[in-house]
Design a protein around this ligand. Structure first.
Ligand code: MLT
Length: 203
C-alpha cells in the first residue's frame, strides 16, 4: 500500500498522470504541475514509502547520489504493483500511464523504465539520475521519455543526464532532453517545456 491521492480527470481517454515527488515531499507537491501539464487527465499522486530522517523518499540511499540498489529494486517493484492494483481499484487502463517525477521521484520513474517494459507508456523526468547500472534493459520501443536536466545541477552532472538519455535510447525509447541553468531546481520554464513535449506526444 502506498499513500496517495487519486483524482479522476474529465477525459477518460487521457493518460493517467502518476506523480512522484522529490526527497522530503508528499503526494500533494506535484498536483499543480499535473494541472498545468494536462488539466483533463486523471492524476494518481503517490508518496514514497521510505523515510530518511522524517523525509519521504521512494527508495533508500547510502549517501547523496549513492543508491541502495537492493532497496531500489524492491521499491520499484512495490510501485509497479501499486500501480497495477490502483488501475483495478480506480478502473483505469494500466497501459495508459505517464509518470511525472522530480528528483528522487524522477529516479524511481527511471527505475521503472530500467526494469519493466510495460509500467508506463511515457515519462517526464525532472532532474533524474541514472538509477542503476549494468542491468539488462527491457525493450522500451514505443515509450516516450522527456528529461529535464540542469546544465549546472550539483546533484546530477551533465554527463550523467546524457548517459541516461543514451541508455534509454539504446533500449528503444524515444528520448527528448531539455537543458536549464537553474541547478537542481524545477523552474516554470522547465515545466512549460515538459508541457509542450507532452502535448506533442500525448494529446
Ligand atoms: C536521490 O537520492 O534520488 C537523488 O539524490 C535526488 C534527491 O536528492 O532526491
Amino acid at each position: 500500500m502506498m499513500q496517495h491521492i487519486f483524482r479522476r480527470g474529465t477525459k477518460e481517454e487521457k493518460p493517467v498522470l502518476v506523480l512522484l515527488h522529490g526527497t522530503g515531499g508528499t503526494e500533494h507537491d506535484l498536483l499543480s504541475l499535473a494541472e498545468l501539464v494536462d488539466p483533463e487527465a486523471s492524476v494518481l499522486s503517490v508518496r514514497g514509502n521510505v523515510l530518511e530522517n522524517g523525509m519521504p523518499r521512494f527508495f533508500k540511499r547510502l549517501a547523496e547520489g549513492i543508491f541502495d540498489e537492493e532497496d531500489l529494486v524492491f521499491r520499484t517493484k512495490e510501485l509497479k504493483d501499486f500501480l497495477a492494483q490502483a488501475a483495478i481499484d480506480y478502473q483505469f487502463d494500466p497501459s495508459n500511464i505517464v509518470a511525472i517525477g522530480y528528483s528522487n521521484g524522477a529516479n524511481i520513474a527511471a527505475s521503472l523504465l530500467f526494469h519493466y517494459d510495460n509500467a508506463v507508456k511515457g515519462a517526464i523526468l525532472h532532474h533524474p539520475m541514472v538509477p542503476i547500472r549494468n542491468v539488462p534493459m527491457p525493450d522500451l520501443t514505443g515509450i516516450h521519455v522527456w528529461i529535464g536536466a540542469g546544465a549546472n545541477d550539483p546533484i546530477c552532472p551533465q554527463e550523467e543526464s546524457v548517459e541516461l538519455k543514451n541508455l534509454l535510447e539504446e533500449a528503444g525509447a524515444s528520448v527528448g532532453i531539455h537543458w536549464e541553468h537553474a541547478g537542481h531546481q524545477l523552474t516554470k520554464l522547465e515545466v512549460n517545456a515538459a508541457k509542450a513535449w507532452y502535448q506533442q506526444n500525448f494529446s
